[in-house]
Design a protein around this ligand. Sequence first.
Ligand code: NOJ
Length: 519
Amino acid sequence: MSKRPEWLDNAVFYEIYPQSFKDTDGDGIGNISGITEKLPYIKDLGCNAIWINPCFDSPFGDAGYDVSDYLKVAPRYGTNEDLINLFDKAHSMGLHVILDLVPGHTSWEHPWFKESMKAERNEFTDRYVWTDSVWEEPEGYGSLRGISDRDGSCAVNFFTHQPALNYGFYKPNRPWQQPTDSEGAIATREALKDIMRFWLSKGCDGFRVDMAGSLVKNDEDGKGTIALWNNIFEFLDKEFPEAAMVSEWGEPRLSLAGGFHMDFLLHFGESHYNDLFRCERPFFEGLGDASEFVKKYKDSRARSGGKGLICIPSGNHDMDRLAKHIHRERLKLAFAFLLSAPGAPYIYYGDEIGMNYVEGLKSVEGGYGRTGSRSPMQWDKSKNAGFSSAPSEKLYIPIDPSPDRPDVTSQLGDEKSLLNEVKKLIALRLKYKPLQSLGNIDFVCDGAPGNPLAYIRSLDGERIFVAINPANDPAEIKVNIPAAFNEIIYQSGNGGNFSGNICRVEARSAVWLRERDRG
Ligand code: NOJ
């Protein structure tokens, strides 16, 4: 892992899907000025860092994950100056801003791709992964074929309109498969550095990296991609040591070896992340089993040598909303976990008020089933929930039509709301260091059926005991260490308490206990 920027030690991120956050010019779609306008809200929530989904020029076949100009803010969101102004304002308020970097593919409308489709050799001929005959497809990948003068098929990385950039093959076994140290692969890598350099020198604080593990092909155990990232981190460490890098990889042991400071647990991969939040019987709905998650999580931490941060997000633009599977007061329990876990927490916009997954929406910009998690932020009870002044039928995605949809203003005025609870939890996290990114975690109880989830967070001799019991019955946990966790710093539901070595946690409750007098 490259040297971690210090600001990550207590970072709490807020993910913003720019289309749906706040529209200030009445065209029905969110924009950069809308984000700038709402910085005080994010600050008041307690978050100190922001991740913005791709906001670059794009034909928007995949909501901006199909970039056609990495160096230009999409006009529908504003200008580069608006984004730089956002960085400046955020910094003046103590907030950091990371952008979304999509290194694995571009849009098929990117000028690089148009050049690479030409029959005549040029600077971009090797920018993408092409076979040397249209009759041969790149095995294991989808392909684009029959659309170019060039005789070849181009590998795709995700949707068909997202051709795969060429970083080489770890084990080339066809003549057209270039090694990772070939001229073309190196040129792509250097072009990626230029994009990073461009935004970092304008004030951006780092990147969330899309499909970070997908870059080198034929690279089963990730060695080629790890070496590629090691090279990129050499450049970052030298030129931008304060830049924070989080990967969409879902395998911390690989990502952190690549140099990333943080990796996400995701809805795919081996982490069992969604045993907690999104499955038939989610743990936080009081039904399920967290033990496989705990096992994998401990294993991931051990295998990544305690280096780097493993980030557990509340959700993101690709998953069902948290509130689709976890209901009412139990959402508070999910946040009592998310905000007391190691690594930097990521709150997906709107999850802090329990926004619904909006059922039955028509797919927007390649969202498909994800569209229901991308609906406009609900600020208040005014027209379009305060998101936009556009006619409702002009909105990018319709607003949640449910009569009891949550909104920020109402929840701010309600002491018992989820929003106020999340604010309270973040404030406590920022107050007590053991709860922050680097504090250790020792599991006391693994959330197997009938058991709560309980762990001790510790740092520099300070300890905090966390127990969360989403089930309908109270639970007792035996803690085999002499401790005096006698200061309740947080409780939800009916909380819990120690009597000797036994901690009782009430049904549908959580408690955070601080050790005051060691005994
Ligand atoms: C992961 C992104 O989160 C998702 O939204 C996108 O569609 C794919 N990568 C392709 O870039």
